[in-house]
Design a protein around this ligand. Structure first.
Ligand code: LER
Ligand code: MN
Length: 270
């Protein structure tokens, strides 16, 4: 399978084994470790040195699997379901900028995870309606630019909406089933929320646009209790052809990730 690893290029991230200021070194590590692509963690694409990033990607012959956009929610309180119209408009705008940045980088997918907001400020129904309205607009924009969006189920301890994979499927239907919106299957979240990961993958057949790999404790695969071999088999059965992308904490250390990431991922997925 095509393998990718997460790396921040703007602000430090718990999912990046290199700090933002060492992003060039991080990309070289990703290439020399044998990954096919980088998953770029970013916050505000307008502030990024686009040319420098493009040049290094070209020089390294490294693809971009996905743009991870959630950092902007933590740093700037962005949310697609905020009670504030200004915040919602600003968040939709940011995602449109992320989509434009994707076009400049050759159209990697754009993820909608925590940038949708954590929820809990209005009634569940009102927030869900706002979320669907905002998502509809972003999906439409992405469709015009031929960019795929990964809508990510995220566990209940991080946000209130779209926790289970089935909730994301329902949401995609509620916004009219745009063909350019898929599900980001994250093994860490699915292990918490879905009844059974293998049958969930079957249920998501044809709908998965990206996969995040982390074990049950959000460490490297093999360091927790998820059986990745059966998940890989099931992904193959449904003919999943996208990336499996490492999204793990620097646990026990960033050095540990740098040393073992490729070995642990490739042992299962290659
Ligand atoms: C992002 O992909 C993710 O999985 C969230 O849990 C971020 O905290
Ligand atoms: Mn994830």
């Amino acid at each position: 399978m095509k393998c990718s690893a997460s790396l921040t290029v703007q602000y430090d991230s718990v999912f990046s084994p290199f700090p933002a200021k060492r992003w060039k070194e991080g990309m070289s590590w990703i290439k020399s470790s044998g990954f096919d692509a980088v998953e770029i963690i970013l916050s505000d694409p307008k502030l990024l040195p686009t040319d420098e990033i493009q040049n290094l990607l070209l020089q390294l012959d490294l693809a971009v699997s996905t743009l991870s956009t959630g950092q902007a929610a933590g740093l700037e309180d962005l949310s697609l379901m905020s009670p504030s119209r200004d915040v919602r408009v600003h968040t939709v705008e940011r995602l449109k900028e992320d989509i434009d940045f994707s076009v400049e980088l050759g159209r990697p997918h754009v993820t909608i995870g925590l940038i949708r907001g954590k929820g809990g400020r209005l009634s569940f129904e009102d927030e869900y309606a706002l979320l669907c309205r905002s998502l509809y607009e972003v999906a439409n924009y992405a469709h015009k630019q031929s960019v795929v969006l990964n809508l990510e189920p995220i566990n209940r301890y991080e946000c209130l909406h779209l926790n289970k994979s089935s909730a994301v499927i329902q949401c995609i239907e509620d916004i009219g089933s745009p063909e350019n919106v898929g599900v980001l299957f994250d093994t860490f979240h699915s292990n918490i929320e879905d009844p059974d990961m293998v049958s969930t993958i079957t249920m998501l057949s044809g709908r998965i646009s990206h996969v995040h790999i982390a074990d049950s404790n959000r460490r490297l695969p093999g360091e927790g209790h998820i059986d990745f071999h059966v998940l890989k088999e099931q992904l193959e059965k449904i003919n999943y052809a996208g990336y499996v992308s490492l999204e793990v904490l620097n646990d026990p250390s960033a050095e540990h990730i740098v040393e073992y990431a490729a070995e642990k991922l490739f042992t299962i997925f290659r």
